[in-house]
Unconditional design. Structure first.
Length: 187
């Protein structure tokens, strides 16, 4: 399966700005970021459903439709805030942060009443994490081979502003303000 994810400059830097060339293997944590319950036209959202099958279907650059089962659910207290992370089994593991603004800090119930084994379907924007962050509660990377690297030019003064450029690799330097998309063939 081919998946495209956005790669932040911070994640590229945390990976020592190395190892991104077409044809090279890559280990990456697929991350959907913050998800909310109910249709959110601009971001990552889900609805509860009765069951699967597990599915992950890319439909536009780094956007995917999914159906997945909650395989892990972790809670952590960060100051006065409660952070919930979940691993969705969509055929591949995808990490999500769950945000429920209505959830009281105690008792420590999971966002939206989710529990291990529950199913969800929806849409998310896929991001790639190349380096472990101590703030991550869950980490279950997948392996693949890089088949494509695209860079969206976001420098306003460039004549190619807003254009996608294909690269065989990324130089060992910051790519800000540009956005990078990496496509991998997942094993």
């Amino acid at each position: 399966m081919r998946l495209t994810f956005s790669l932040s400059d911070a994640q590229f830097a945390a990976n020592d700005r190395a190892g991104l060339m077409v044809g090279l293997p890559l280990t990456v944590q697929l991350d959907a970021g913050v998800m909310t319950l109910g249709d959110d036209a601009g971001g990552s959202w889900f609805e509860r459903c009765n069951d699967g099958p597990a599915a992950l279907k890319p439909f536009a650059m780094d956007r995917c439709a999914f159906c997945g089962r909650v395989s892990q659910l972790e809670r952590r207290q960060v100051g006065e805030d409660v952070v919930w992370q979940s691993m969705l089994d969509c055929g591949l593991p995808v990490r999500v942060d769950l945000l429920d603004p209505e959830l009281p800090p105690s008792p420590p119930s999971a966002p939206y009443g989710l529990a291990l084994g529950d199913w969800a379907t929806g849409i998310f924007v896929l991001r790639g994490r190349l380096a472990f962050d101590p703030g991550d509660l869950l980490w279950q990377p997948v392996q693949g081979t890089i088949v494509d690297i695209q860079r969206l030019d976001l420098t306003p003064s460039h004549a190619s502003f807003g254009a996608l450029h294909w690269f065989s690799g990324l130089p060992r330097q910051s790519f800000l303000p540009d956005q990078v998309y990496v496509t991998v063939e997942v094993r």
